[in-house]
Design a protein around this ligand. Structure first.
Ligand code: T4K
Length: 366
């Protein structure tokens, strides 16, 4: 066995020459940011690829979520029902908007928000629901929409993990009032750092434009209060290059995903999240659940892999509600399933160039 470290993921990159060739025009134009031509081109290309009517590029997935929430203009202190079984960004984006997260438990079957528990959490202060398609597992979008319609709530999906995922033949970014995607280096599709908000209401494009560019609408006109969350041209070009190879990258991930599934299918104590029938996956992550009934616990497997220079990750442990910055701060809700999943989950290395023999080694150590 080689001593090379195997990390949980590895950024997809286009061939070196392809990127170098693509960025050359920047040395003529000197136009590096502020909604340049590559920014505009990438917005158009991503609208097509994600099959959405509206899209605004952002500097990263976190700012996409902050800006998407901010664009709705909820009153300070309004409540947002959300999942704690996610990356910390989801909760931060709510709190940094001066809104109050109300954590809802998740389903053991796929780790997404338990839609049957949402209604009990609604009060007169509830303004929105922020569910997460965690690992690209699709939330029960129909049930969530029904609740939102009944109580007049907005739904903003954190689809950071769900680039290219489709549900019932539609791009995942079509569900809810808005969705956000992350194009971080660790994602299925990356622009180095980057993200986007997708939506169907075209007025939303203007609101997000103001929020991401200081509200500037002319050399002497600032019409709104905004921040700076624009994607630069180097990142946009990386995105255009990576987009050319994305279908191939997902196909390579799919092979590796199938390989893990086959080899781990009958291992005692290990189970997997369920996928919906009409869900087209992006094979972004390979999470397994280790319930401790087999030879080793989750932490035991994590340590064993680490001894062999294989760095699996406990995404997402602890749940965000239990992190030092949020613990005991918000409404006390039973989060039994979320905590249980956080104790059991281990995300195994998965990326397009991962050697198949490495998968055999990983499985052997597990
Ligand atoms: N919502 C959700 C549900 C999210 O999961 C995220 C981000 C967001 C919102 C916010 O989106 P962004 O603002 O990030 O666009 C990573 C990522 O930084 C983060 O994007 C991601 N979720 C989260 C789940 O994972 P870390 O702290 O685990 O990353 P790090 O640096 O330990 O990297 C993990 C592995 O990735 C490394 O071992 C090797 C590989 N890697 C990493 C980097 C930085 C590369 O191959 N290339 C790289 O450049 O957070």
């Amino acid at each position: 066995m080689s001593n090379e470290k195997i990390l949980v993921t590895q950024s997809s990159m286009p061939p070196y020459e392809e990127y170098i060739e693509a960025i050359k025009p920047l040395w003529d134009s000197h136009w590096l940011t502020n909604m340049g031509m590559y920014h505009q081109e990438l917005e158009e290309e991503l609208k097509k690829y994600l099959d959405v009517p509206g899209l605004s590029l952002m500097v990263n997935g976190h700012m996409a979520l902050e800006m998407a929430i901010q664009a709705f203009g909820f009153p300070e202190g309004a409540e947002v029902i959300t999942t704690p079984f996610t990356f910390i960004s989801t909760t931060h984006a709510i709190v940094r908007n001066r809104l109050e997260p109300v954590f809802c438990d998740v389903k053991l079957s796929d780790g997404t928000i338990d839609e049957t528990k949402i209604e009990d959490l609604i009060t007169e202060k509830t303004a929105a629901i922020v569910p997460v398609h965690v690992y690209g597992n699709v939330c029960n979008v129909e049930a969530i929409q029904k609740i939102a319609d009944k109580y007049n709530l907005k739904v903003i999906y954190d689809a950071a993990h769900a680039f290219g995922v489709k549900y019932r033949g539609k791009g995942i970014g079509n569900y809810g009032d808005a969705s956000i995607f992350s194009f971080h280096a660790t994602k299925v599709y990356n622009t180095i750092e980057g993200g986007a908000v997708t939506f169907s209401d075209h007025k939303f494009y203007e609101k997000l434009y103001n929020l991401k560019n200081f509200g500037i609408r002319g050399e002497e006109l600032v019409s709104d209060i905004g921040a700076n969350a624009k994607m630069n041209e180097f990142c946009a070009i990386m995105g255009l290059c990576n987009l050319k190879h994305i279908d191939e990258a997902i196909a390579e991930r799919k092979k590796r995903h199938a390989c893990y599934m086959e080899r781990l299918a009958n291992v005692e104590g290990i189970s997997f999240f369920e996928k919906k029938d009409e869900e087209d996956s992006n094979y972004g992550y390979f999470p397994i659940l280790i319930d401790g009934s087999g030879e080793k616990t989750r932490d035991g497997v994590y340590e064993e892999l680490k001894r062999h220079d294989i760095y699996a990750r406990k995404y997402f442990y602890p749940i965000t509600a239990d992190q030092a910055c949020f613990r005991n701060k918000y409404r006390n809700v039973k989060l039994h399933n979320a905590r249980m999943l956080a104790r059991q989950v281990l995300v195994l290395p998965l990326y397009e160039k991962l050697d198949m023999e490495k998968i055999d080694q990983i499985v052997k150590y597990i």
